[in-house]
Design a protein around this ligand. Sequence first.
Ligand SMILES: Nc1ncnc2c1ncn2[C@@H]1O[C@H](COP(=O)(O)OP(=O)(O)OP(=O)(O)O)[C@@H](O)[C@H]1O
Ligand SMILES: [Mg+2]
Length: 361
Amino acid sequence: MNPFSFVKQTISPSYLGVDIGTTSIKIAEVTGGEQLPKLVNYGILESKSSLARANTVFQTSSLKLFEKGIEEILGTLLEKVQPHTKEAIASLPGFSAFMTVVDFPEMSPQDLARAIGFKAKEYIPLPVNEVALDWLNVGTYEDEKGMRYVQVLLISVPQEQIRKYQQIFRNVGLTLRALEIEGLSLVRSLIAGDPTPTLIMDIGSRSTAAIIADKGVLRFATQSDFAGASLTQSLAASLNINPVRAEEMKRERGILGTGPVSELSTIMSPMLDAILNEVKRSLRVYESQFHDSRNMERIILSGGGANLMGIEAYVSEAMGVPAVKAAPLHRFEYESGIEPLAGELGPFLSVALGLSLREFT
Ligand SMILES: Nc1ncnc2c1ncn2[C@@H]1O[C@H](COP(=O)(O)OP(=O)(O)OP(=O)(O)O)[C@@H](O)[C@H]1O
Ligand SMILES: [Mg+2]
């Protein structure tokens, strides 16, 4: 035994990935493992009041209400999880960022940065000095005349939103090392460089994100307002039961198609179809914007909504593309006690794990 081996352990830093969703906060603490990064701690806490609000429309006003609770929930979560680090990386939900794809003639990186600065104000809905602007190279192509173009995904986030996050993290005693849009975290944890054209559907509580990755990188992302809470609402309305009970039934029975429990499937399928129609629309926009777009070869289902029993078969059938549940824990070492939970935890933790991986790849 190397008597100093413990030194390595204590100096291996750990990081906290923090995913603040509309109804729950997920955190994952990750450190360097023997072969892979190691998940040492995690926590998921749902806001109790979220179900009571299941009937309110998804509006900024209700989001603001929730923001007051973020600090409290995050604080409680940290108390329970007792992480060994204060270094946090957090995600911004898709709906708080504005994203658009813009084509530029091919030019040097410096010129491109300048051109983006000039062009940005044509594309973003807020004054340029009120947003943080970032961009990703998402493609190149050549037109009929042989002119080469680069495609840039412009990402702008209101400064106000960033300040709010910084304040929240400061107040709970964490250091915010970085903020990124959740699409990037998902691509890191679920695609891991795999070149297959892939659609990630992140079905949260209030929104579903459609994220397209090809050749291992994020290319396109959109957001729609139908998600897990919409499914609960349709059950509650149709069976005339309260949202808390509807939520329980949804989680217990899912949409398994046959036998005595198929009733739920019938009730929820129109809303599921609405979710999938939005996703199909995103795919069409993607195809129209990218000359080199390829057909999706797989769908990865993430977010709590991916735990709906029977959803993989439903989505595979409706989209004509094989769909699987996200399994980001494959990329980590973890205690064997987590194993029985890994299947259900994976979809919830995809974003938080992807955030922490920023520091390990
Ligand atoms: N076993 C399950 N079956 C069906 N749905 C489930 C299950 N477990 C959780 N959900 C749903 O997952 C949703 C919460 O997922 P998640 O935690 O990813 O959302 P969020 O990140 O808070 O929301 P958003 O991404 O919209 O901001 C809820 O709508 C919940 O009903
Ligand atoms: Mg989410």
